[in-house]
Design a protein around this ligand. Sequence first.
Ligand code: IPT
Length: 979
Amino acid sequence: MSDKPVADDLTNAGPGWGALAPRARFTTTLPSMSLNGTWSFAWWPSRVDAPADVWTHAETYSSWESIPVPSSWSMPIHGYGAPNYTNRRYPFPLTPPFPPDANPTADHLLRFDVEPEFLRGARLRFDGIDSAGEVWFNGQCLGTTRGSRLPSEFDVSPLLRQTDNVLLVRVSQYSAASYLEDQDMWWLPGIFRDVTLLSTPPGAVEDVFVRTAFSDGHGLISVDVSGADGSRIDAESTIAELKTVNLTGDLMDIGPVRGWSAETPRLYELTVTTAHETISIPIGFRTVEVVDAELRLNGRPIVLKGVNRHEHHPDFGRAVPREVVVDELKLMKQHNINAIRTSHYPPRPDMLDLADELGFYVIDECDFETHGFQLADWRANPTDDPAYRDALVDRMSRMIERDKNHPSIIMWSLGNEAGTGTNIEAMAAAARSRDASRLIHYEGEWASTQVDVYSRMYATHQEVELIGRFEEPPLEEIDADAHRRTLPFVLCEYVHAMGNGPGGLTEYQELFERYPRLAGGFVWEWLEHGIRRSPDDAGFAYGGDFGEVVHDGNFVIDGLVSADRRPRPGLLDFKKVIEPIRMTIDDSWGRLSIVNMHDFVDLSTFDVEWRVDTIDGTVVRGSLPPIECPPHESTTIPIPRGEEMHRIWADSATMIMSVVTRHATAWCSAGHEIAWAQSRHPNSPGHPTPAAAAIIATSSPDGKLRLGAGEFDLQTGELVLLGGIPVSGPELQLWRAPTDNDRGKGDRRRPVPSDIRWREDGLDRLVQRRASTVIEQDRIDVEYMVAAPGDDREIAFDLSWTCRDDGRLALDVRVRPDEGWTGTWPRIGVVMVFAHEFTTSSWVGSGPGPKYPDTGQATRWGRHTLSVSELSTPYVRPQENGSRADVTAVSLDDGRRSLLIEGRAFSFSARHWSTADLTRIDHVDLLAPDGNTYVELDFAQHGIGTAACGPGPLSAYDLEPHAVEARILISASDIGASA
Ligand code: IPT
């Protein structure tokens, strides 16, 4: 340690200096003291503005401002500078190791007193400083921190006094180390994780490394305790007294234990007792290995149903409150998620305690990404630059040392998107030599020479299938190819959950379940990184909203949950797709087939409940007797035909079987549903085809023509009123407000993004020409020709209106594109615009959530009711959303009047803004009701896919231009009158 002020050299590519050797984080009876709280704070937009003499500046602290620690200072809630978002491209020139001059810098200062017990020896621990910290304590510089998402500990023993200690941390946003931290996220400087003072008297335990394994029902353990003075060291677990410590690698059999898995997160307590302290560490017994190119845990093949998890909060940035983390991990478990990749840095340390307890398989990823160098063909990539080697190996070691005792971690990941280079090899070697019990992961090197799993991102279904069959194209290097063929395969990122989607989940999951080599994947990503500009912000900011010159827009808004952790429809779909129990109800509702896809638990702790919805809306419920079915096995059981079931059978519409938890767990209450199946009654009536029209149109004195609930213009034959409400349309609508996936990259099959092709075809600006109107006694026929300006391809669009004898207005729609139309269309449907705000919708069809051809797995068929506003999914950047599918009847009402639209399996959406607004407006909070209700009825929709990053819709979900004929029935009623 230096005793003179030393300026931090931000151009030094090495690791920080002055910190103590990295070690595990554990609970001890020695005291500790949180230094979180309100600190004095001084901020400058660039480092050169900060006073050079740090310690002299410290004396002026009483005139500074204040900030909470932990915090991300540039978040609007704190207001120092502003957040900036980039994906790959660095926000500063690619000139390593130089940070830019415009380098926001802040001094954080805390004065504190301590209890005398700390005076026998103490350390300061910083769990995370983004990105470069210079630590000063009682007049001396203790060192620097690098590796934003990694801890640094400093010895303060010689300097600590009982009262009036002064801790000052100068933090700069950028340094040479920033070149290693080019993750796709906001750049958010600050002391964003806990700061703690730990009592470490002489003889205190330095570190504990617990290795465990599981074999034939037995637990194996070794405990390596370092740093204690050795006078008395006992290690004991809740299973056995561990007579020997410092076993260093030699695993000792301690007899029968229960293994740890994500499904059975059984933890035991290990205690290490010395003359000075008792340390307790939760331990789990599990062995991770690769056998026959399969990923196995405790001897059984497992499938990772994972998400990529970033740490972000819409108000606090990277300083996420603990309760938010607890709730989000529970939310993951409640949605059948069993794995987390800590993209792309080690998580806050307590997240791993929760992962051990709740049960997640974790890929712990190093704080390392240099993706922006790809834009320069990887020239000067730090991954291959010896100047960065020590820093990178240091990062890897610090992650492993901190996290090595967590049973949840099954793989160490070297980082993300950092290309290839010798430093990758050095990191892998460091990991292997310290901990051979976990697998090594890195996606950036497709040849997989340094790793134990073949990992890729966004590979297409076809490619994944080839890999599943070991039929992937060989590598040129024979040895490397042979090695890679021994490895299991994971998609460390797939199905980019950005906006509406992701499509294609089901088909990926089918592959994972079909081919043993495929060990599953991790959805990109769990969470959207939206930022609230103020506490009452109704929307979320994304890249560019803070005036950034270089940014990547809304690419940071891509999650299964919103930034405030509200599930998007994709999360519900994912839950259904990865459900750990698959059930099928046979057509006569006599038998239930069950496949237990769990790897470790049988079905004895679950209940199976059934519910039958009858046509008249009655619900009848019951439950089945307990089911025996071991993991990976299947069974078929009779569905008892009780009296009740006999009684309702004929009137039944659907049956749903649900598997629910019998008991509350750490993450759910009793009765929580984990899997379900639905069957529609074989006799459930289809929709009646309207009989021939029987009612004669009557012309009124006001020049309108009445047919059922409709009034038509006498000249044009066009609908003007429906149920007394002014309406325009139906108009042909082929356009949809492009989803993030429509605007995506395109794919190999169709290299141009869908929305660009659709715009080139003019689908966003079709015009119609009324070609003919024929008004007869009992029908109105109007023919239109629809085309885009400047385009000679036409679509014939015919409407025929008749009226049934029950008073329902019948509309026959015919759409006939001419042969010039190729490619795909977003949808084929009609839109009607009512000059009226309907408030409620109630429908029979799939719901309650939206459904597109390749999404909506979570929906169930039946009767659903939602307010019109609830039909919209508030995606941060507005886009097509909220379409309800398989609908046979939908009613819209405002409490007084109601419109009923019936048909055969159409989709509908209803909104208070137009598709044009949905297309044009770029932030959801700017969408405003305009007094109308826009009702869209679709007879076909194009798939959603996941081309925002990855493949577009599978060809089965392409909507190619084709002719459509559809019939809908419309009736209006006055609810007020009938009530
Ligand atoms: C991939 C990144 O690893 C991830 O951080 C994120 O940026 C994601 O893309 C897109 O949201 S990299 C990409 C080249 C596939």
